[in-house]
Design a protein around this ligand. Structure first.
Ligand code: NAD
Length: 266
């Protein structure tokens, strides 16, 4: 067995044993679904200047302009499909549920692909693009209430006060929602194992969650910017290829130990 196969088997073993597991995911897991990450050479910030489109003050100054960015971001997620990495995480949750283990996805992504793939417990740290909020009167809306605006790529306006609404995603300079961050820190602090997948671990406070795991692992295309000794294991490579291999081994372990469980996880 190669070193890599050994590592994959060890991770599957951990997933079969540890009671509480958190997957902390980032833009990289959705790259194979055709959604670019932010920082790579093909990343979103090469199309949109982060200071002009990615900050709360930019929205306050020119909300119409931000909506060109919001619509673009939204359409990317809405038209994308979960890849084999997302599907593998949904399978891991299902298999672990059968053996009484708790699995949570804490994602920095705003593409909703984990939910589409079938994960039940997903904490969306950076918001949900299908929700809209009025920063003037506080009214909340669902994006699907604004079909004409979506079709014509216009900024939706509050039906109460007429102000341009904001997509409920976290821009630079904005606080994360109190309930969401509380929930995320609770899950991270309770976790026996946290695996960071497809994230550079460069964005705060999401990156700090990683350090709460009693055991910590990384699955990423390149080495994230943290000291190597902070992780118990690091697997460099494409998450959409590595995660299905882990599922394969996990099934082997779980169903050999508990042959009475149904193998049909689909
Ligand atoms: P990031 O762009 O900083 O890092 C992504 C990491 O994923 C990189 O280290 C890259 O090497 C790695 N990667 C790329 N392809 C991969 C693959 N196939 N398998 C494994 N790893 C791969 O992204 P981040 O850490 O998530 O933080 C950036 C911010 O960008 C977050 O706030 C997030 O909200 C936002 N964002 C979200 C999306 C999305 O919703 N899909 C897309 C772009 C950015």
């Amino acid at each position: 067995m190669s070193v890599r196969e050994e590592q994959i088997k060890e991770i599957a073993k951990l997933l079969s044993k540890e009671k509480r597991v958190v997957f902390l995911t980032g833009a990289g897991i959705s790259v194979p679904s055709g959604i670019p990450d932010f920082r790579s050479p093909q990343g979103i910030w090469t199309k949109y200047d982060m200071n002009e489109y990615g900050t709360l003050s930019a929205f306050m100054k020119n909300p119409e302009k931000l909506w060109t960015f919001f619509w673009d971001i939204y359409e990317m997620g809405a038209t994308a499909k979960p890849n084999s990495g997302h599907k593998a995480l949904a399978e891991i949750e299902k298999i672990r549920e059968k053996i009484g283990k708790h699995t949570v996805i804490i994602t920095q992504n705003i593409d909703l692909l984990h939910t589409k793939a079938g994960n039940k417990y997903v904490i969306e740290l950076h918001g949900n693009p299908e929700k809209l909020v009025c920063l003037k009167c506080g009214e909340n809306y669902e994006l699907n209430e604004f079909k004409i605006e979506r079709e014509k790529k216009l900024p939706p306006r509050c039906k109460k006060c007429g102000e341009i609404l904001k997509m409920d995603i976290i821009l630079f300079g904005e606080q994360l929602k109190t309930d969401t961050i509380k929930n995320a820190f609770y899950e991270a602090q309770m976790a026996d194992l946290i695996i960071a997948v497809g994230t550079s671990l460069a964005v705060s406070p999401a990156n700090s969650l990683f350090f709460y795991g009693k055991k910590r692992g990384i699955i990423n295309l390149e080495m994230p910017i943290i000291p190597v000794f902070e992780a118990d294991f690091i697997l460099l490579g494409d998450a959409s290829k590595i995660l299905p291999q882990i599922v394969y081994k996990l099934k082997d372990i779980v169903y050999n130990e508990k042959p009475d469980l149904e193998r049909n996880d689909k």
